[in-house]
Design a protein around this ligand. Structure first.
Ligand SMILES: [Zn+2]
Length: 407
């Protein structure tokens, strides 16, 4: 078992219920895949044969966790982006085959190899900024074979890149064109065939639904989540993004890992989230790209102690963003999160949103050694700047994936 001793570091441990859990002049020992010791540098153990890394007062944090992405898809929507800015209406774009259904068509047409190759640079952009674990959803296939194809690509990405990855089945993301006007029939297909098949193939770690006026009703979403729970799978939901359908309280009441978006979450439903322990996953990238104006009820979430996570929501339409550092800045600038809340949102609370907080998300003895060394001396630098990547070195499960300044 190899050992690495990080010394002369500023640790943001994320221990405790708030703040960074900062420790200056600290050291951290990695033994094999795990954190074996951390504390004051003066009292650090010095095992024979350990590699000693002098951090030079740089900041050492847990690896970042992107807990909500749609990274696997065919095609892109750059033409639609351009048309819209040249004045085309949504109706005109839809008439030209744009919108989410254009991504569904491109994803159905793509091979597994093509989807894998297209996703690789997107995922690498995240990893290069210190992401060490992430979630990928299906939801652009909308039939059994295509959903399974997407999940197989996600599975291969995790395996080949050596990542801790949650594969989420999102068959109820949009109504496929062949089910136009028959949403309940499609939900039957999701519950009776698509989800059980994907589950039997060992490709589903969690189940998500999109409850919204442009997607599925709360009752339809609840049918899918109920079926997921019958199959023993954790649940989560896209809710209250564009309107308030009460999806968050429903999903939280069922013990969802997370409820995501939440711009239109009613104040009365915040208490339901607090009671359930569900994480509020905020997605400021989609808010920014869609130029939304309704802010999530941040102050109420804060008052009720609901854990808040942040994610890229990386997708070809509403959030073609592959930078969790940019998301931290957007969360501070647009949603008025503090930099400490932003860092918790992409580490500890994001790990909790994936049900992985027992293993990753903070610097604690016994946790997996997913670590990022940043070329900054204070954590606020991570949220403050845009366009500079200070990720200097990355360790995942005790193995180096980037050496940067340490090379
Ligand atoms: Zn999403």
């Amino acid at each position: 078992m190899s050992q690495t001793l990080f010394t002369n570091a500023t640790l943001a441990t994320l221990q405790g219920e708030s703040g960074y859990g900062l420790q200056a002049q600290a050291a951290l020992l990695v033994d094999g895949e795990r954190i074996a010791w951390l504390g004051d540098a003066a009292g650090a153990p010095a095992p024979d044969g350990a590699e000693v890394v002098d951090c030079g007062h740089r900041l050492l944090t847990p690896g970042l966790v992107d807990c909500h992405t749609h990274l696997v898809y065919g095609g892109d929507r750059a033409d639609e982006f351009e048309l819209r800015l040249e004045g085309a209406s949504y109706a005109e774009i839809a008439a030209r085959g744009g919108g989410i259904l254009s991504t569904v068509a491109a994803t159905r047409a793509a091979s597994e190899a093509q989807l894998f190759a297209a996703a690789l640079p997107r995922i690498r952009a995240l990893l290069d900024e210190g992401v060490t674990a992430l979630e990928i959803k299906s939801g652009y296939g909308l039939d059994s074979d295509s959903e399974i194809k997407m999940l197989r690509v996600a599975e291969r990405l995790g395996r080949e890149l050596g990542l801790r990855l949650q594969k989420t089945f999102l068959g109820a993301h949009a109504l496929p064109p062949e089910y136009e006007g028959r949403a309940d029939d499609y939900i039957d297909l999701v519950c009776d065939e698509m989800l059980p098949r994907a589950r039997a193939a060992g490709l589903v770690d969690a189940v998500d639904v999109f409850i919204e006026s442009i997607a599925f009703s709360r009752a339809q979403g609840e049918r899918v989540l109920e079926r997921a729970q019958q199959l023993g799978l954790p649940i989560k939901a896209h809710v209250e993004q564009l309107s308030d359908l009460g999806g968050a309280a429903m999903a939280a009441g069922r013990g969802a890992l997370s409820v995501d978006h939440l711009e239109y979450l009613a104040a009365k439903d915040v208490a339901a989230l607090a009671a359930s322990g569900s994480v509020a996953v905020l997605l400021p990238g989609a808010y920014y790209v869609l130029r939304e104006t309704q802010l999530p009820p941040i102050e109420a979430l804060r008052e009720h102690g609901v854990p808040m996570a942040l994610a890229t929501d990386a997708n070809p339409g509403s959030s073609p963003i592959h930078s969790l550092l940019l998301i931290m800045n957007l969360a501070c600038t647009l949603f008025r999160l503090t930099p400490a809340e932003a860092l918790r949102g992409v580490t500890r609370n994001a790990a909790r949103a994936l049900g992985m907080d027992g293993e990753i998300g903070s610097l604690e003895i016994g946790k997996q050694a997913d670590l990022v060394l940043w070329d900054v001396d204070r954590p606020a630098m991570l949220s403050y700047r845009v366009g500079v990547n200070p990720c200097a070195a990355v360790m995942r499960a005790g193995a180096w994936h980037k050496r940067g300044v340490l090379a």
